[in-house]
Design a protein around this ligand. Structure first.
Ligand SMILES: Cc1ncc(COP(=O)(O)O)c(C=O)c1O
Length: 352
């Protein structure tokens, strides 16, 4: 603690990312990274962008990437924003759309960055408990909040809402901004992007970190009506005009253009998720119905923390949250078939 810290910095509990240990080689199933590399076309684009031009600032508007995404999603360029990971875009939403002291709402169990951003930007938040089956209680959002933040699929449960439920939410709360964080949507859920043309209160945020294997480059994007996007640009250009570097912009364009690779790797992950879930059920695990690149599981004989510690000992990292309501669950990212077989084999030894 320094006497120069602001009150906010003194009081805040920062987000704790999943560990990235260096002590030995682990099977990493703890941060929802993609087990497959980026497409060769992306790697080629990165090589090509790594040249003398790196002395020059990148395009502050990321115009080529924006128009590539706009074409891909069949929207106008002005309806797309790009940023340094979806985390940054979510953070920009706070000063862009809310005032200090406003109340926003999100589920009690969700991405744990939301309360941290709320604290950082001086917002209050009201959380709504999940239903007993761990689904989001779509009817529970308060009418008097200024905004709703919703991860779909939700994290860390992996459970997705249907598009018609999102549409009902947008209609019921037409007076407030609904931000749908679709970090995991490509693994089998329905995106709300087609709704942006009809609902000016919808902002959809997505990322290249999971389904496009580019967590290391930090690229996210948002789609919404042009006034919302302009709001995000006003924040960005009051903070750091060059949030996306030259290499990231070129890599992202190549990733969007290589749709075949993207779809094939998502399909592989979905298939592995399905077979892993079946095997875990056979071992007596309760497995929540996931539409993400991870499974959220619990067992009634051995507690989640013990599994977590024993797996770590055995060189397999998964995520364990000491949070009331989910402290007997493990979140297991989907790796390759080989990695998942090793995991299942270890778990079988523990439960037998
Ligand atoms: C629900 C959710 N939203 C957003 C993010 C952030 O992703 P990015 O790497 O684009 O910042 C994550 C990352 O784990 C996430 O789980």
């Amino acid at each position: 603690m320094s006497r120069f810290w602001s009150n906010t910095v003194r009081d805040i509990s920062p987000y704790i990312p999943g560990e990235q240990p260096k002590d030995k080689k682990y099977i990493k199933l703890n941060t929802n990274e993609n087990p497959y590399p980026p497409s060769q076309k992306v790697l080629d684009a990165i090589n090509k962008a790594t040249n003398y031009d790196l002395r020059l600032y990148p395009d502050p508007e990321a115009s080529l990437l924006i128009s590539t995404l706009a074409r891909y999603y069949n929207v106008a360029d002005g309806e797309v924003f790009a940023g340094n990971g979806s985390d940054e875009i979510l953070a920009f939403c706070f000063p862009a759309f809310f005032n200090t002291g406003d109340v926003i709402s999100f589920p009690e169990i969700t991405y744990s960055f939301y309360p941290v951003y709320s604290d950082l930007f001086g917002l209050k938040y009201e959380t709504i408990p999940l239903n007993e089956d761990y689904t989001v209680n779509i009817d529970g959002f308060p009418m008097n909040a200024k905004g709703i933040l919703l991860a779909n699929p939700n994290a860390p449960t992996g459970i997705a809402l249907e598009l018609r439920q999102i549409e009902n939410l947008l209609q019921k709360h037409s007076d407030k901004l609904v931000i749908v964080d679709e970090a995991y949507v490509d693994f089998g859920a329905e995106s709300a992007i087609p709704l942006i043309k009809d609902y000016e209160n919808l902002l959809v945020v997505q990322t290249f970190s999971k389904s496009r294997s580019l967590a290391g480059l930090r690229i996210g994007y948002a789609l919404g009506n042009k006034d919302l996007i302009e709001g995000l640009n006003r924040v960005k250009n009051s903070f750091n005009s060059y949030t996306l570097d030259r290499v990231a912009q070129q890599a992202a364009i190549a990733a969007v253009n290589d749709d075949k690779y993207f779809k094939t790797s998502c399909e592989k992950i979905i298939k592995t998720r399905h077979t892993t879930a079946q095997k875990l059920v056979e071992l007596g695990f309760k497995v929540l119905p996931s539409k993400a690149n991870f499974l959220f599981v619990s067992h009634n004989k051995i507690c989640a923390k013990e599994f977590f510690l024993r797996l770590r000992e055995d060189g397999i990292l998964v995520r364990y949250f000491q949070i009331k309501g989910i402290d007997n669950f493990l979140r297991i990212s989907i790796g390759t078939d080989e990695e998942m077989n090793i995991l299942v084999h270890r778990l079988k030894v523990y439960v037998d």
